[in-house]
Write a new protein. Structure first.
Length: 415
């Protein structure tokens, strides 16, 4: 089968949870791949129609019909050819149910060269293919040539580094650094890192805002499947007890690895010392980044700071019309989260709420003399603090859309 299908655009998806299913939806919409092989790793439901029911319905985004065609009344055609083999609107979709370990999934037999692993279970690119619990490299041994992980890497052995054949990319920020001769395992980072990278990029590319002194962010984040519906006991070794509290009834402070991952995407951030945290709230999707930055700034001829709300908003307006077109949107509207569900931008800047404040950092002459500066005058430096808000649909709109663009880009550049 591999010889017959090598020239076809075939995509493998490992995992059929939230990101796995929405990745399928994304590619049904893009229509770049004509065959999609999904490895569920287990039997789903009682009969074939149960698989289709799951794949074509969604409590957050509605039915697949509505997703693909809006309210035009057109229906997505579903044809069952044989067991676990379907035609979804002209695209062949095959569901595999027998293997959970990546090295045993028959990618070679199915003609799959590129796999997107959406399980969340295999995040360590350093583990060997024969690891007892399975590993990303197992996909390569099973016949895939490239693997994309829908999450940041996590190295189990802290003494090891990310292997040279592995790298993290955010589409529209650093994806052009992908080298098909070098990179075989790729991380598409996370939803928060994707949105955050698109918020930071235009600031670093603007001379007046490139001098960042301090940076921190909080993401007000929608619920995810790794939270508890109702209160439950913590697993052995769990350090964050709040993750076991009811997602429906609480605002839950927790951690995020977005700042660490951002350093891999934009190495300039390493010099700043970025801080990040997350606050989980009981909504189904769409999250909000509150980005706090302090800049070294200058005053114009009138004595006013160059960096102000208008200046910041103009940076994002230009980015949304230029290099980050369709990936960064600027909005002057007063949005709430429901307004942006399904929006396919990596981030939507909430210009109405952005604001700045400029103060002065003073150093007296005595302190300066202690550092060998011979002066009788105190020095004063203008410093601007900015608070910038960015919405992102942490499921389909932001993350899966950027993941899909990265997947298509890598496939097109495979040797």
């Amino acid at each position: 089968m591999q010889t017959q299908t090598r020239n076809k655009n075939i995509l493998g998806i490992n995992g059929i949870g939230r990101i796995g299913k929405l990745t399928l939806w994304n590619h049904l919409n893009l229509r770049y791949f004509d065959t999609i092989v999904i490895n569920a790793g287990r039997t789903l439901g009682k009969k074939d129609s149960d698989i289709i029911h799951y794949l074509t319905t969604d409590s957050t985004y509605g039915s697949l019909d509505r997703f693909l065609y809006g309210h035009a009344g057109k229906k997505c055609t579903v044809i069952r050819r044989e067991d676990n083999l379907f035609d979804l609107d002209g695209i062949c979709v095959k569901v595999l149910t027998s293997e959970r370990n990546p090295r045993n999934i028959p990618w070679s037999r199915e003609g799959v060269r590129l796999v997107v692993d959406c399980t969340g279970s295999f995040l360590d690119p350093a583990l060997p293919a024969d690891d007892g619990k399975g590993s990303l490299r197992g996909h390569l041994e099973a016949g895939a040539e490239k693997v994309i992980v829908s999450a940041p890497f996590k190295i189990s052995d802290t003494s090891q580094r990310v292997p040279q054949d592995s790298a993290m990319f955010v589409y529209g920020v650093n994806h052009a650094h992908y080298d098909p001769l070098k990179h075989h395992i790729v991380s598409a980072a996370s939803c928060t890192t994707t949105a955050l990278a698109h918020m930071i990029k235009p600031l670093l590319e603007t001379e007046e805002t490139a001098n960042i002194i301090t940076a921190s962010m909080s993401t007000v984040h929608a619920a995810t499947n790794n939270q508890s519906i109702l209160d439950g006991p913590p697993a052995s070794g769990t350090g964050d007890l709040r993750r076991n509290r009811s997602v429906m009834n609480n605002i839950i402070p927790t951690s995020t690895g977005a700042a660490i991952a951002l350093e891999e995407i934009l190495p300039e951030i390493k010099e700043i010392g970025f801080m990040a945290d997350s606050i989980r709230v009981p909504t189904s999707t769409v999250s909000l980044i509150s980005l706090n930055l302090t800049f070294r700034t200058i005053l114009n001829e009138l004595g006013d700071p160059v960096i102000n709300k208008r200046f910041i908003n103009e940076i994002y307006q230009k980015a949304g019309e230029g290099s980050q077109k369709e990936l960064l949107l600027y909005s002057d509207e007063q949005n709430v989260s429901a307004d942006l569900a399904g929006c396919q931008a990596a981030v939507i800047i909430e210009g109405h709420e952005n604001h700045t404040r400029t103060g002065f950092f003073s150093i007296d002459a005595g302190t300066l003399r202690n550092f060998g500066v011979n002066t009788a005058q105190d020095l004063s430096f203008p410093v601007t603090h900015a608070k910038i808000f960015g919405w992102y649909d942490n499921e389909f709109g932001c993350y899966v859309n950027c993941l899909g663009k990265l997947t298509k880009y890598i496939h097109k550049n495979m040797i």
